[in-house]
Write a protein that binds this ligand. Structure first.
Ligand SMILES: NC(=O)c1ccc[n+]([C@@H]2O[C@H](COP(=O)([O-])OP(=O)(O)OC[C@H]3O[C@@H](n4cnc5c(N)ncnc54)[C@H](O)[C@@H]3O)[C@@H](O)[C@H]2O)c1
Length: 356
């Protein structure tokens, strides 16, 4: 079996590769990434990409024609991966997350790939707090990032058939320790603040709802999606991935962190504009389709895992919101230092043409 994982050099990717390496020991694992955050390692004992058989430094916007030769499954993680980046680089976000994702899937199908797993997001529900949203609920994408996921899902649905199984995993907000940790995610940010300055600064009024999931459980869900039978969900399946018990309000997350890490003050921004990105999500379908792949990590275990990981790094940077742990900051620095173009292409790198 040959599995191609795009975007494997980010936050979730190393964990996905680790999982697939363990569950498919004889598979050939191929990584593909631009390497925007390749240098942002966090206490990795070795380069995480040593676990893949082959690593391509390529742009998913320009996939070479030979890319999918003998590939059985594609896990497509590569993306501009949050709202702040999507707001700053809106056209690029739509180009990478939407246009290129759909083209990649079409090319994969044409080349005989059988399985395509897409990393989608529950953020497509937008403002949805009255009742739990399920997969049939109306979507309300409020940002370029969320729109890019909706547009892609819509087109993937047209491409899927019995020879090309597509699973769109609408992930909850990720959390947990990684060899390329991000601190621009709510729970990770709270634990970092608690460790570095004994303060959790909530930027909103604390009321927005967010479903969460540990990245190890995301990796297990991806593994399930690769192997799922078409009879479990159909040729195209969009499914919320998380668990009903992980629907939290932001202030509950902060309080949980303060219970695990003593002596922490929580500051809430009472004057904040209401955060419209607030959603409560039903994970019943995922629980029905994948009973043995349900999330195993709970909130407290994940907070402890982050605490231990940050302490092992001797983490003390109270100004981490302006550091290399923020994906947007890294991209802006690379662009301002003349490493990346406005379109987030590497400068001075010979690009392959599609025929090479
Ligand atoms: N982190 C979350 O909370 C979360 C939640 C739901 C869905 N997702 C989705 O999961 C996926 C992975 O998220 P992450 O947190 O690991 O993000 P990340 O930003 O850490 O990693 C994304 C990776 O994609 C690569 N990439 C970006 N553009 C590329 C291009 N044009 N060509 C090749 N590689 C490119 C980057 O270099 C990076 O390594 C994304 O699709 C994201 O939208 C993430």
């Amino acid at each position: 079996m040959k599995i191609l994982v795009t975007g494997n050099m980010g936050y979730i990717g190393p964990c996905v590769i680790q999982r697939l390496r363990a569950s498919h020991p004889r598979a050939m694992l191929i990584g593909l990434d631009m390497g925007y955050f390749a240098h942002c390692l966090t206490n990795a004992e070795a380069l995480p990409e040593c676990r893949v058989d082959l690593q391509y430094f390529l742009d998913v916007r320009q996939p070479p024609s030979w890319l999918f030769e003998d590939v059985d499954a594609v896990v497509h993680l590569a993306a501009i991966s949050n709202d702040p980046m999507g707001n700053t680089f809106e056209a690029v976000t739509l180009d990478i997350n939407y246009r290129a994702s759909v083209e990649l899937a079409k090319q994969a199908k044409k080349s005989g790939v059988k399985t395509f797993v897409f990393a989608s997001s529950c953020s497509m529900y937008g403002f949805a707090v009255d009742i739990l949203r399920d997969e049939k609920s109306l979507l309300d994408p409020l940002t370029a990032y969320a729109r890019s996921k909706v547009y892609t899902e819509n087109e993937l649905q047209q491409i899927a058939d019995k020879e090309f199984k597509v699973t769109s995993l609408r992930f909850s907000t990720a959390c947990g320790m990684s060899e390329r940790l991000r601190l621009d995610l709510v729970l990770n940010d709270f634990v970092a603040g608690a460790i570095a300055s004994r303060t959790i600064t909530i930027l909103s009024d604390g009321t927005p709802w967010r479903p969460l999931i540990n990245i190890k459980d995301m990796a297990r869900a991806i593994d399930w999606a690769i192997g799922r039978d078409i009879s479990d969900g159909g040729e195209f399946l969009a499914v919320n991935v998380g668990s009903n018990t992980w629907n939290y309000q932001v202030k509950d997350l902060a309080e949980a962190v303060a219970r695990v890490i003593p002596g922490v003050d929580i500051s809430i921004n009472k004057d904040a504009q209401p955060d419209k990105r607030s959603y409560r999500v039903s994970f019943d379908l995922f629980s029905k389709l994948a009973p043995t792949y349900q999330p195993e990590f709970d909130l407290i275990t994940t907070i402890k895992e982050l605490r231990d990981g940050l302490e092992a790094m001797d983490f003390r940077n109270a100004n981490f919101r302006n550091s290399q742990f923020m994906r947007l900051k890294v991209l802006i620095d690379l662009r301002n230092n003349g490493r990346l173009t406005e379109k987030l292409e590497w400068l001075n790198k010979p690009l392959m043409t599609a025929s090479e």
